[in-house]
Design a protein around this ligand. Structure first.
Ligand code: SF4
Length: 332
């Protein structure tokens, strides 16, 4: 019997609206996806494609100018959009946790590491300061920080970049969430520490059975870490499916271009393939496919009609007229 996914987003849209209400920016537009317990989803796309805003939408942490305008967001059998702010505060950090891009900006320079790692345990579990402090020592140990009993007494400026990254990871898993969203978790790490940190996240996932969403520019990390891949472009999810399927048979021209721009050891190309042009202005989206001005396969209808999401088998779907069953556009 099929089990309910842990997280399910249906036609979710989040928009920024200017004060006068005249300008609307659509960083998350009609996104549908699902993720099972213990699974890992990688979300990739250029800067500004809406990846981080999607994460903030799931956490219901959008800035005041933004709002969720439509869709459904089910998590563990509950609709997150129906929860009050107080109820969401009990979800965040406890059942869904997020590791933000910049560990230095996530840590408060005025509080000790033990205080910050123990805070979610005090807030969500009502633990005493002493008990949370002891748990913080154990958490630092689990993220492989040496001398954890000493480190908890220190402050963020006394840690290296790699240690700070692992500390925000420890805060993320402190209350054993069911879903962990990691937004570019390895950008400030050198390659050796990056490999150790990814292995650590995988171990934590195995031990705690948590579902992971990885937001990254790095397709190598996706290949190593993820079961599912979702590709975002201009706020829309243009392709998604099992990682092996999307890597071996990408169906969307944007995904093909992204994969074609990766340098390979066996590459004989003198120059890497670049994707010409720029992503569209999210406040002035073209009426048809947002990728049309940059797409080498664009047809006449692409400029005027947005393609529907088409299921192309084994959990693989794509938003492109080339995959739609009734493709009948004349070549541009
Ligand atoms: Fe290219 Fe048209 Fe497909 Fe958009 S819908 S990706 S423009 S072929």
């Amino acid at each position: 019997m099929p089990t309910e996914p842990l997280l399910s987003l249906e036609n979710l849209s989040a928009h920024y609206v200017s004060q006068q209400g005249t300008r609307v920016v659509r960083p998350v537009d009609d996104v549908t996806l699902s993720l099972g317990a213990g699974e890992t989803l990688g979300i990739v796309g250029e800067s500004g494609s809406g990846k981080s805003t999607l994460a903030l939408t799931i956490m219901r942490l959008l800035p005041p100018a933004a709002r969720i305008v439509s869709g459904r967001m089910m998590f563990d059998g509950e609709n997150l959009l129906e929860k009050s702010d107080a109820e969401m505060r009990r979800v965040r950090g406890k059942r869904i946790a997020m590791i933000l891009q910049d560990p230095m900006a996530s840590l408060n320079p005025l509080f000790s590491i033990g205080n910050q790692v123990g805070e979610p345990i005090r807030v969500h579990e009502g633990a005493s300061f002493a008990k949370a402090w002891q748990r913080a020592i154990g958490l630092l140990k689990s993220v492989r920080i040496a001398s954890p009993a000493t480190r908890v007494t220190q402050f963020p400026h006394e840690m290296s970049g790699g240690m700070r990254q692992r500390i925000v990871g420890a805060i993320g898993i402190s209350c054993e969430p069911r879903l962990l969203i990691a937004d570019e978790p390895t950008t400030s790490l050198d390659l050796t520490i990056q490999a150790q940190y990814l292995a650590l996240l995988r171990d934590l996932q195995r031990e705690h059975g948590l579902a992971l969403i990885f937001i990254t520019h790095n397709l190598g990390i996706v290949a190593k870490m993820c079961d599912q891949l979702a590709v975002m472009y201009a706020g829309r999810m243009v392709e998604k499916g099992p990682v092996s399927r999307v890597f071996s048979a990408p169906a969307h021209p944007y995904t093909k271009a992204l994969l074609g721009s990766i340098p390979r050891m066996t590459d004989s190309r003198a120059r890497l393939t670049a994707i010409d042009g720029q992503p569209p202005d999210l406040s002035a989206m073209p009426p048809g496919c947002a990728f049309a001005p940059r797409c080498p396969a664009a047809m006449a209808r692409c400029a005027v009609e947005a393609p529907p999401q088409t299921d192309i088998g084994t959990g693989h779907s794509v938003r492109c007229w080339l995959a739609a069953p009734t493709t009948a556009g004349a070549a541009a």
